[in-house]
Design a protein. Structure first.
Length: 239
């Protein structure tokens, strides 16, 4: 993010949608990572719709409590073998220790997962259909969880002690956007209120930036989207 002229290094603290859900354990995990001596930091949070919903049968608990990153004992080790061995539904150590050069993905020096697999339109359409089937089933089994909105607000309040906080809604495939709008038609209004107006809404770029599977932007568009976010942050910081 050279456009931002940052004074500090960039740290990517991002996880899969099943892990990065707002709750007491995730807030505690974030606090472990904060450099509390710094008061000029910049925090950019992706507000993924699915991080605010829970299975109706789980509203009396926080199922993610005993899963990474919340259960990580040593969060400041790099690379974090503890997370890559248990942070997914199956071990993903190949992301940081390529075995034979034939893997389709790896984690780069900034902490971003890079997908090296080639995607043609047929494969993308197939991936989106599979993803939409999964999310449509999830749509029928989840319910808006007010606790998660509360913990996002608490997380923003905590991070605000150390710098500026922005929420970002990323572009997704049109099929995914239709489902998200059906599930939460006033989501943008709520995010804008929670962020005190510091909300960067990129859902309208869903026709511009193509995903690999419905909600992961292709590598070739990453720099462009990053620049848009950086420019939006700069504009708001100058107000």
């Amino acid at each position: 993010m050279k456009n931002l002229n940052l004074k500090h290094e960039i740290y990517n603290y991002a996880f899969t949608v099943n892990r990065a859900v707002w709750g007491p354990s995730h807030l505690k995990a974030i606090k472990k990572k904060l450099k509390k001596c710094d008061t000029s930091a910049l925090f950019i949070i992706e507000c993924n719709l699915w991080s605010f919903y829970s299975k109706s049968s789980k509203l009396n608990s926080f199922p993610e409590e005993n899963a990474p990153p919340n259960s990580i004992v040593f969060p400041n080790i790099h690379p974090n073998f503890e997370y890559f061995s248990g942070g997914y539904d199956f071990p993903n150590l190949h992301l940081i220790i390529p075995s034979d050069g034939k893997e389709n993905s790896y984690v780069n020096e900034l902490g971003r997962m890079v997908i090296t697999k080639k995607f043609d339109s047929t494969l993308i359409d197939q991936n989106i259909k599979t993803k939409m089937k999964t999310y449509a089933n999830k749509f029928n089994s989840v319910i808006k969880d007010e606790r998660r909105f509360k913990y996002l607000s608490e997380t923003i309040a905590e991070l605000s002690k150390y710098g500026e906080v922005f929420l970002v809604r990323m572009p997704v495939a049109n099929e995914m956007l239709v489902l998200e709008e059906e599930l939460a038609p006033k989501f943008d209004e709520r995010m804008k209120a929670i962020s005190n107006g510091r909300y960067i809404n990129l859902k309208y770029l869903s026709n511009t930036y193509i995903t690999t599977d419905g909600n992961h932007i292709q590598n070739k568009y990453v720099d462009s989207v990053t620049c848009i976010i950086a420019d939006s942050v700069n504009i708001q910081l100058k107000r």
